[in-house]
Design a protein around this ligand. Structure first.
Ligand SMILES: Nc1ncnc2c1ncn2[C@@H]1O[C@H](COP(=O)(O)OP(=O)(O)OP(=O)(O)O)[C@@H](O)[C@H]1O
Ligand SMILES: [Mg+2]
Length: 355
């Protein structure tokens, strides 16, 4: 008795619930064990109960009995196998959509609320004013602020098919000469975004990797506050060329800045930090633009840059207009006021540095 002969006999057993295909063809014959006085066939069933299992076991035994000579017993066992999961689309987000992006730069900090988003949005506008092709991905899945800061919160991005693996691609919004993408466009207004860790990670990668950016000189990534798992996975999976660290002078401990810096300098990541931006470096009253009040102390940014071995790329004043224009969705970097010029200087310095 050979295995082939037994399989041939088992082809007589058909599964009425599955287009009457035979059990060999369906891959249900898990094992055939031929011994001197018995043959053991093991049938594989999916975890979900097959209502025809008993019928198939009986038919299989009958087929074996018909085939086997007298004195050889037929035995049928079963084993439960995990069903193969249907392949999910979008799972393998590749880097194809970043193929035509020259510089990908993360805007990060160790601490929240220091003005990352303000700097990112204004730097994007300033680079666009200089004639560069610019995009900005809002990677803050918990508190996206790009829609409000750019006055695009009513917009709904469209999608089109076109990824390498046939997945959808989101089309970024265009305003002020910049391409914007944010998870905020996909949420109800005012609705809190609550994510489990892994979901946040994948949503965030989608906002960067599943977007039809096209050719860009700069893609800025507005990083979420902190330096947790999300950040590490972001820095690992998105080919950022380097980062800009935003800080405020009153960041008493260097520790926060250090945490932000270390995220990029960690072993295996090792991306350059292009420099430090000191936000709210001094206070300037709206009515007296020439005055500077160092309400958080003077020289904090310089000292921090020196101690961390970083360039101080820019000092941005604390001005009421910066907050107001952020709330109004019209970044100051679009205008000609001195507070807007600080961002143009930053853009100039960065582009010089990157050649
Ligand atoms: N130089 C500035 N002058 C005046 N207001 C500012 C300045 N920079 C930031 N702000 C205001 O401070 C608030 C926090 O800024 P922003 O949202 O940019 O910080 P963030 O670091 O991105 O915060 P988060 O960590 O929550 O992402 C905003 O209301 C913003 O308008
Ligand atoms: Mg922010």
């Amino acid at each position: 008795m050979t295995r082939e002969e037994i399989l041939q006999a088992l082809r007589e057993v058909h599964h009425p619930g599955r287009q009457d295909r035979d059990i060999v063809d369906l891959g249900m014959v898990h094992d055939v064990d031929i011994q001197d006085d018995r043959v053991v066939v093991t049938l594989a069933f999916p975890k979900r109960r097959d209502p025809l299992a008993e019928y198939l076991i009986g038919s299989t035994r009958a087929a074996l009995v018909r085939l086997l000579p007298l004195g050889v017993t037929a035995e049928v066992k079963t084993v439960v196998v995990e069903e193969e999961k249907p392949k999910k689309k979008n799972l393998n987000l590749g880097l194809e959509q970043l193929a035509e992006v020259r510089h990908i730069i993360g805007i990060a900090s160790g601490k929240g609320g220091v003005g990352k988003s303000t700097v990112a949005v204004n730097l994007a506008c300033a680079l666009a004013r200089m004639g560069y092709r610019v995009g900005l991905a809002d990677a803050d899945v918990y508190g996206p602020s790009v829609p409000v800061m750019t006055g695009t919160e009513e917009a709904v991005p469209t999608a089109e098919m076109g990824g390498e693996e046939g997945q959808e691609l989101f089309i970024p919004l265009e305003k002020y000469g910049v391409k914007w993408m944010s998870i905020g466009y996909f949420a109800e207004r005012g609705q809190a975004l609550i994510w489990r860790g892994p979901m946040a990670c994948s949503a965030l990668k989608q906002m960067i990797l599943q977007v039809k950016w096209g050719p860009l000189d700069y893609l800025l990534i507005d990083m979420p506050p902190g330096t947790g798992d999300i950040h590490i996975s972001l820095v690992q999976d998105v080919p950022m060329e380097g980062a800009i660290i935003v800080t405020t002078p009153q960041t008493v401990a260097l520790a926060d800045v250090e945490k932000g810096v270390n995220l990029f300098r960690a072993k295996g990541i090792d991306r350059p930090i292009f420099g430090l931006v000191e936000n709210m470096a001094w206070f300037t009253p709206e009515a007296h633009p020439e005055e500077k009040y160092y309400i958080f102390g003077e020289g904090g940014g310089e000292r921090m840059a020196r101690e961390m071995g970083l360039d101080l790329l820019a000092q941005i004043p604390l001005v009421q207009g910066i907050r107001e224009s952020g709330d109004a969705g019209e970044p100051v970097a679009l205008g000609s006021r001195p507070d807007g010029l600080a961002f143009l200087e930053l853009a100039g310095r960065l582009s010089q540095k990157l050649g």
